[in-house]
Design a protein around this ligand. Structure first.
Ligand code: 13P
Length: 287
């Protein structure tokens, strides 16, 4: 059931758990995430970066695929189709394409411009029933060409953005996209706590979910994180399972080269990763 992310995140914040955002890249990814959410009776957010949208030939292709797959698989748990790290133009394209949620990443603008653009997009998306995520500070590392230096967010700036009525707020707290480097000092819980004090009931978003130790994830949830984004970890699981299949020569046995067989171990590996994360985030049974 395609819905905005608003209600599922309000419930998550109240219930002290987090909803996973799993980025999708193609049909196999989408199917694996949807089936796992249904099996575990968990709400879920499908994240689509601008790069992944382009790869899948456009946001309208993605929206049509997700809508039809959701219907044809008989998915009854709440599913939000969400733009990840959207540009101003990208947000309008996704609104038009039929997404149910957008993220406007205005973190590279100065705060006044971020506030102005976010405010406009809050009004447009709410009029149409979509939820909207905004960003303050920046997430370190690189994701699909979006490079962040990893500056911690200023809690006062977070409050300015939260006061615009956004449904969820991504704030840099030392988190990084991709694998965490050796010697990473960990999440800045002091900054997260200060942000939570200023933003109150606002669901906070933790990007860079890959590789964050379980105890840090749990602590972040106690400090107001209600949405956690995972991308790289599913890519690594998929690649690892596919490599094992090919290295074992399975693609050369019988019709093992058939894409439905060749991609099956990777698709199963994505399901296992999504399950592990949903259990860790506490969203199982919360649909
Ligand atoms: P990872 O690739 O580190 O899991 O981050 C995902 C993310 O934050 C998507 O916005």
């Amino acid at each position: 059931m395609l819905v905005s992310a608003k209600d599922m995140l309000v419930k998550a914040k109240e219930g002290h758990y987090a909803v996973g955002q799993f980025n999708i890249n193609n049909l196999e990814w989408t199917k694996s995430v949807l089936l796992t959410a249904q099996e575990l009776n968990s709400p879920v957010i499908l994240g689509v970066s601008e790069g992944a949208g382009k790869y899948m030939t456009g946001f309208s292709t993605v929206a049509a695929m997700v809508r039809e797959m959701d219907k044809n698989l008989g998915i009854t748990v709440p599913v939000a189709l969400h733009l990840d790290h959207g540009t101003y133009d990208g947000c309008y394209k996704c609104i038009q394409a039929g997404f149910t949620s957008i993220m406007f990443d205005g973190s590279h603008y100065n705060i006044d411009e971020n506030v102005a653009k976010t405010s406009e997009l809050v009004n447009v998306s709410h009029q149409l029933g979509l939820s909207i995520e905004a960003e303050v500070g920046s997430i370190g590392g690189e994701e699909d060409g979006v490079v962040g230096m990893g500056e911690c967010a200023d809690p006062d700036e977070c409050k300015r953005i939260a006061d615009l009525g956004v449904d969820m707020l991504a704030a840099g707290i030392g988190n990084i996209h991709g694998k965490y480097p050796e010697g990473w000092p960990g999440l800045r819980f002091d900054v997260l706590d200060a942000i939570q004090q200023k933003t109150g009931v606002m669901p906070l978003v933790l990007h860079g979910g890959t590789g964050i130790p379980a105890d840090m994830i749990k602590k972040a949830i106690t400090l107001g994180v209600s949405k956690i984004n995972v991308n790289t970890e599913c890519q690594l699981s998929f690649a690892d399972a596919t490599r094992k299949y090919v290295e074992a020569g399975k693609d050369l046995e019988g019709k093992g080269f058939d894409p439905r067989k060749l991609l099956a171990p990777g698709a199963e590996a994505i399901k296992a990763t999504v399950k592990e994360k949903m259990e860790l985030f506490g969203s199982v049974g919360k649909a």
